[in-house]
Design a protein around this ligand. Structure first.
Ligand code: BGC
Length: 585
């Protein structure tokens, strides 16, 4: 029997409902939180070097408070050679001079506290930078030494050890192994790196690695962070013996799922690591959280990551990958809520991040984006940017009506598209170089933000050129321009987020409204709010109810009208979402 058919609920005036999830009463701020991802390199550059910094974040935090988010998650700002935009960490307990100092971090934390915003930081435990002191020590020490045992070193195959120890591939392309020169200058052992050559994987079979990361957790918890987003949380432990595996190392959010049997992902021993971390967080009170970036399939397996004594949240990448396919969306939402309810965890929802093509660009295509979404270039088929932004508003509004937590990626509140016109010489994602340009990589979604249209670099920073060029369209999408336009994407986000809080949608329930679910539309009821999205080419009739908010308002008046008195149009256009207040009684 399907989950849906087990959960039939009574009809309301608009027709039968299929109940999937009841309102959430457990304690925990994160269970319904909207968390905004700040990508520090591209947020705001206050020192004029063309790269964002912590002082820039501090300066603009009031804008995020005004957006009404609960917390920010910061991608890495730690000491790093920046070979993978900071996900190659050389010192986990210091700020890279590019971004500022620990004092700047503390100033940012103080500002966040004044604004009632929590701050989550990124933890990168699968690998570090090859410039990390521990890896340098390993290179200088002999095979079999405790220093080498912090990482995954193996002898090569072949008569002279000239072949990599197994057939694993790097997620960024090419082999997952690099051979070193031993201290005596002879070709020597190989080390494993699931990502770039400059990112050696730690050996989580070694207790010293556990001890080191527990120290790192405490360092940032002592500085007041609200928790950690754990990078490639499914990859830390590898299967004993490192068996051959023919699949692609699709280990992060850029792609689909890794296979169930992948020896580098989802190993059972991972769970004890996160249990130990949860105990450490609990020493700091009930409000510090762990969120897994764990790309695991099927969804019930993801629930294993958020059992009561493990992480608090996990990213829902199946939701991101469902796009605007209403059947996939319905399946993912139902399966997520049912699987996570079974372990008492909230779901999260996400549409964009620093690893995928922005959803305003993805939805500018009918069907999949070119190159499977692995970056878009000037020679590719181009998206329809107006359509993309319209559908992005609809998709965000559909997502923000769902119960659970939601993650937003900086700039999506402005409806920003990907940067497409990036010269090859400026592309910095290691994927681009490691695949000889075949995969363009993730630079397009990482272009610096536009703050003020009339200022140099649209207000990102007044000094050097931004580290990636901004598209011309960024001027009209700048935050100050959109602030003044009542029906802008930004003002829609502000209203959605304020209303979501007011209606407590994050804590709510979910039932599908069957008569408005079709091959091209989806409708659900959350408490007294009805959410309908139409992705088909034709308008659909709306169920009865007062319009609270539409994703594509025809006029500014619609927004200023009182939700109680304004009775909306009777149809919902193509590529639009609406929130309705159900008629009472
Ligand atoms: C991060 C990526 C990064 C990779 C390696 C991911 O999951 O989100 O940006 O390249 O981990 O650290």
């Amino acid at each position: 029997m399907s989950v849906d058919s087990m959960l039939k609920a009574p009809a309301i005036a608009a027709g039968p409902l299929t109940l999937v999830h009841t309102a959430d009463e457990a304690a925990g701020w994160w269970r319904s939180a909207v968390i905004y991802q700040v990508y520090p390199r591209s947020f705001r550059d206050l020192n004029g070097d063309g790269i964002g910094d912590l002082a820039g974040i501090t300066a603009e935090l009031p804008q995020l408070a005004r957006l009404d988010v609960d917390a920010v998650w910061l991608s890495p700002f730690y000491r790093s050679p920046q070979k993978d935009a900071g996900y190659d960490v050389s010192d986990y307990c210091d700020v890279d001079p590019l971004f500022g100092t620990l004092a700047d971090f503390d100033a940012m934390m103080a500002q966040a506290a004044r604004l009632n915003l929590r701050v989550i930081v990124d933890l990168v435990p699968n690998h570090c930078s090859d410039q990390h002191a521990a890896f340098q020590a390993a290179l200088g020490a002999p095979a079999g030494s405790p220093e080498r045992d912090m990482f995954i070193f193996r002898d090569g195959r072949g008569p002279f050890g000239e072949e990599p120890p197994n057939n694993w591939e790097s997620h960024f392309g090419g082999p997952a192994w690099t051979r070193i020169s031993e201290p005596d200058g002879q070709p020597g052992q190989w080390y494993l790196h699931l990502f770039d050559t400059s990112q050696p994987d730690f050996n989580w079979d070694n207790q010293a690695v556990h001890d080191e990361f527990e120290r790192v957790l405490r360092f940032w918890l002592d500085r007041g962070v609200a928790g950690f987003r754990v990078d490639v949380a499914h990859a830390l432990v590898k299967a004993p013996g490192l068996p051959e595996w023919g699949g692609r190392a699709d280990g992060n959010s850029c792609d689909g799922y890794p296979g169930h049997d992948a020896p580098m992902f989802g190993q059972p021993a991972l769970h004890d690591i996160y249990r130990a971390w949860r105990r450490i967080l609990a020493e700091y009170g009930p409000d510090r959280i762990l969120c897994a970036e764990a790309n695991v399939d099927p969804l019930p397996r993801l629930a294993d990551w958020v059992r009561p004594d493990e992480m608090h949240q996990a990213f829902n990448f199946p939701y991101l990958h469902a796009g605007l396919d209403v059947h996939r969306l319905r399946g993912v939402i139902t399966d997520s809520l049912v699987a996570l309810d079974a372990v008492g965890a909230p779901s999260t929802w996400v549409l964009s991040n620093h690893d995928v093509v922005r959803h305003a660009t993805r939805f500018g295509y009918d069907g999949p984006a070119p190159r499977d979404g692995d970056g878009i270039g000037t020679f590719d088929r181009q998206p329809d940017s107006v359509l993309g932004r319209k559908r992005a508003a609809a998709a965000s509004m559909f997502m923000l009506g769902l119960p659970g937590g939601a993650y937003l990626y900086q700039g999506e509140e402005l409806g920003l598209p990907d940067g497409i016109d990036i010269p090859d010489s400026q592309r910095q994602d290691p994927t681009f170089a490691r695949t000889g340009g075949e995969r363009l990589g993730r630079d397009g979604c990482r272009v610096p933000l536009p703050w003020r249209a009339a200022e140099p670099h649209t207000g990102f920073g007044s000094g050097q050129d931004p580290w990636l060029p901004q598209p011309a369209s960024f001027a009209e999408l700048a935050r100050d321009v959109q602030t003044e336009q009542p029906t802008s994407h930004l003002n829609l986000y502000r209203r959605m987020l304020a209303m979501r809080r007011q209606l407590d949608l994050g804590r709510g329930s979910l039932a599908w409204l069957e008569n408005w679910c079709s091959d091209t539309s989806l409708a659900y009821v959350n408490g007294t709010t009805l959410v309908v999205m139409n992705v088909g080419p034709d308008p659909v009739d709306l169920p009865p109810g007062h319009v609270l908010l539409r994703s594509s308002p025809e006029s500014a008046e619609q927004y200023s009208a009182s939700p109680e008195t304004y009775d909306g149009g009777h149809q919902l256009g193509s590529g639009e979402t609406v929130w309705l207040n159900l008629p009472v009684g």
